[in-house]
Design a protein around this ligand. Structure first.
Ligand code: GAL
Length: 343
């Protein structure tokens, strides 16, 4: 009897070892569990926190009695070497699909190659890998250029649109942003991460919308604030100290930095809507409230719900072996006081 029991026990152990080591999706009775690896560039980022929470919730909402998703989300801590290790770890674990928000888009080729070689489908999100010319400027014609692998795609939003919308909000103001009536819009620009196309295009297209409409502009200051509230506050407060009343418009590449800018504006005794304008991107709940009560001029909805749902939907298609496209675009939405009041 003891012998038989020992045999049964060792058979059970063998089976569970095989199940653990297989790496791929596991099947337990009728339930199939897919392993999903999600690499986020930085957990300490307002927008990407909303995005990642929605991604997790939406995967959970897609579970059925027979299909489960084991979602593992890791923090790249703004360190590409760390993120590369995390991706390699996902590969070693044999996850079934990887969703990646790159720390550095210039590493896209390397990551795509490594993941593709392991035969794992890859969904890149939020930070679009671009082709660059010799001077390091993105090649516009190659906007949809660098992904040509059946199991790789990019889900994101066209950052040019968000910049244009910021500029259009300023154009819609009675004075076109020229508060002091000197014939030009004097502005400062809080820049996100300069390696990131969202920061590059928002910086460029917000101003382009003004100049395309024939409005003269003058840049008084700009600085890199890495999407962070504290850095935004530091920059805007020193720019206000240096340029004072000359500053008419504060453009921030995102709402995180705009929240810092709002604090700096208040501390400097300036009043949004009266003697200064303030623009962001993302439409964080705090910022929508501030627009409603006049503490911010406008923002642009960066649709984390649409983007995260699209990323999950396309990941599920890849898990099912279905064909996917190379690029999936989610629209931005202009958010000014009229928009907020109408909600
Ligand atoms: C942008 C967003 C920023 C920041 C950045 C990270 O789309 O507007 O707030 O999250 O992505 O790459």
């Amino acid at each position: 009897m003891k012998k038989i029991l020992a045999l049964i026990m060792s058979a059970i152990m063998m089976l569970s070892l095989v199940a653990c080591g297989s790496g791929d999706s596991s099947t337990d009775g009728d339930v199939k569990t897919y392993k999903v690896g999600v690499a986020i560039y930085e957990f300490n980022d307002n927008f990407m926190t909303l995005y990642r929470e929605e991604l997790e919730n939406y995967f959970a909402s897609k579970e059925t009695d027979t299909v489960k998703y084991d979602v593992q989300i890791v923090d790249g801590k703004t360190d590409m070497a760390e993120q590369t290790n995390q991706i390699r770890n996902f590969i070693t674990q044999g996850v079934d699909v990887i969703i990646c928000n790159l720390v550095q888009t210039s590493s896209a080729d390397t990551i795509i190659d490594e993941v593709a070689e392991a035969g794992i489908p890859l969904v890149l999100v939020n930070r679009e890998p671009l082709a660059y010319d010799a001077e390091g400027n993105p090649i516009d014609e190659a906007y949809e250029g660098i992904i040509d692998n059946d199991k790789v795609c990019y889900v994101g939003a066209d950052a040019r649109q968000s910049g244009t919308y910021q500029g259009e909000i300023v154009l819609s103001l009675a004075d076109n942003g020229d508060l002091n009536g000197d014939g030009k819009v004097s502005y400062i620009m809080a820049i996100g991460d300069p390696e990131n196309i969202d920061a590059q295009y928002r910086t460029e297209y917000s101003i382009k919308a003004l100049t395309d409409a024939g409005v003269k502009v003058e840049k008084l200051a700009e600085d890199i604030c890495n999407w962070q509230q504290t850095e935004g506050e530091e920059f805007v407060s020193s720019a206000l100290a240096a340029h004072g009343d000359k500053i008419e418009v504060v453009f921030c590449n995102n709402d995180g930095m705009a929240l810092g800018a709002a604090a700096a504006i208040q501390k400097a005794g300036r009043t949004v809507g009266k003697d200064i304008y303030l623009l962001g991107v993302d439409a964080l709940t705090e910022c929508i409230e501030m627009i409603g009560n006049g503490e911010m001029t406008g923002t642009v909805l960066n649709d984390h719900i649409g983007q995260s749902h699209t990323a999950v939907d396309v990941a599920i298609k890849l898990l099912a072996g279905e064909e996917i496209g190379d690029y999936y675009w989610v629209d931005y939405v202009k958010v000014d006081k009229d928009y907020v009041d109408a909600q």
